[in-house]
Design a protein around this ligand. Structure first.
Ligand code: 5GP
Ligand code: ZN
Length: 113
């Protein structure tokens, strides 16, 4: 399967790694929208939130644990941050390997839609 983020996990495409464990990989976004902009992804290929099921949802909870840990390490846990996952066309998803944007380091625009 041809997937950009699977290739990044494998190391076939370079990335700036921020965190890695058995089930999760986190790396800097190539086009940062904020001083802190990290992508946190499951190592298993899921295309989007649409693929989350009772069988694989534990990794999503773990991604939020990793987000909290990275927010502390990157110094934004007190100032605040946002964790976002775009799903599908109307949300502007461009890479179809499930990912969570961790954004912070500035006052983020308060726009839900
Ligand atoms: P989406 O628009 O699907 O929610 O987010 C995809 C994100 O992946 C974008 O913020 C984009 O900048 C980032 N991205 C796309 N290609 C690459 C890449 O090759 N390397 C890295 N580090 N980020 C990428
Ligand atoms: Zn993938």
């Amino acid at each position: 399967m041809d997937c950009l983020f699977c290739s990044i996990i494998k190391g076939d495409i370079p990335s700036t790694k921020v965190y890695e464990d058995e089930t999760v990989y986190a790396f800097k976004d190539i086009n940062p929208m904020a001083p802190v902009h990290v992508l946190i992804i499951p190592k298993v290929h899921l295309s989007s939130i649409n693929d989350v099921t009772p069988e694989n949802s534990a990794v999503i909870a773990h991604i939020y644990e990793v987000a909290a840990k990275l927010a502390k390490e990157l110094g934004i846990c007190e100032s605040g941050y946002r964790v976002v996952s775009n799903c599908g066309k109307d949300a502007g998803q461009t890479v179809f390997h499930l990912h969570f944007h961790l954004l912070g380091g500035k006052a983020l625009k308060v726009e839900m839609c």
